[in-house]
Design a protein around this ligand. Structure first.
Ligand code: ADP
Ligand code: MG
Length: 257
């Protein structure tokens, strides 16, 4: 049973406001090693903010996130949480890969250069080793032959697969996906979801914000429904997607499915 194991990602009492706007209200969520947790919910419910708190792109006002037992972005000093030095945060972020909705490749670099950039600059891998790994990853996301192509010459789906390869090049412990297919042409959505399915089946721990309900039903171990800055209910895909307990979940699903 997973109950007595420590979660790989622990989100504990995380609150976040932007000025007067309360975006997250004491959110708790645990993700165990090898689990895929899909987060669904209406626009503005705080899904992206929650994901961004996991790698400290947003600083929680209250609460904390741990990845593999280590608090992200902060440390306890004199009973208070204080921000870590930037170099420490950079090191922690190498373990948390993230793929966003908008393509976040460096436009002035080729696909191969994009993928080896962080392993060489941040992890201090040798260029030869980084290149070898990058070529394996490109094959894995089925972009072999695109090594020397610039992002603008790729379709949206190809760019997202390159972005996934770039994140994987850091050998992250967990991967965060924020609506990775929302900006794609319909015909390229499937190729990105298929790469994500394969990552899930290889046992990578993933948090995925998505509107792809069929993907969540097939791939998620757990689905969490967010509304108004809180997780309203969570459970297996069968529980949350096919038999929701909460009226708000039912209403949301009737709109998106
Ligand atoms: P979701 O991803 O579920 O659509 P978000 O987490 O992006 O929701 O946003 C939740 C709310 O917080 C929205 O009302 C959004 O406009 C607001 N918000 C998000 N980021 C910021 C920010 N940096 N400054 C001000 N408001 C923000
Ligand atoms: Mg969002």
């Amino acid at each position: 049973m997973t109950e007595d194991k420590t979660p790989l990602i622990q989100i504990e009492g995380v609150s976040k406001s932007f000025g007067p706007l309360h975006v997250l209200d004491r959110v708790d969520l645990d993700v165990y090693a090898g689990e895929v947790v899909c987060i669904i919910g209406p626009s503005g419910s705080g899904k992206s903010t929650l994901l961004r708190c996991v790698n400290h792109l947003e600083q929680p006002d209250e609460g904390w996130v741990k990845v593999d037992g280590e608090m992200i972005g902060v440390e306890v000093r004199n009973d208070r949480l204080v921000e870590l030095p930037p170099a420490e945060l950079t090191r922690q972020r190498t373990e948390v890969g993230m793929v966003f909705q908008s393509f976040n490749l460096f436009g002035h670099m080729t696909v191969l250069e994009n993928i080896i950039e962080s392993p060489v600059q941040v992890l201090r891998e040798s260029k030869a080793k980084a290149l070898e790994h990058a070529r394996q990853l490109l094959e894995w996301v089925r972009l072999e032959g695109k090594e020397n192509t610039y992002p603008r010459q790729l379709s949206g789906g190809q760019q997202q697969r390159a972005a996934i390869a770039r994140a994987l090049a850091m050998r992250p412990k967990v991967m965060l996906f924020d609506e990775p297919t929302s900006a794609l042409d319909p015909e390229t959505v499937g190729e990105v979801l298929s790469v994500m399915r394969r990552l899930a089946s290889e046992g990578l721990t993933m948090m995925v914000v998505t509107h792809e309900i069929d993907f969540a039903r097939d791939v998620a171990d757990r689905v969490a429904f967010m509304d108004g800055g809180d997780i309203i209910e969570q459970g297996t895909p069968a529980e949350v997607l096919d038999n929701p307990r909460e009226e708000r979940t039912r209403q949301f699903l009737s709109r998106v499915v």
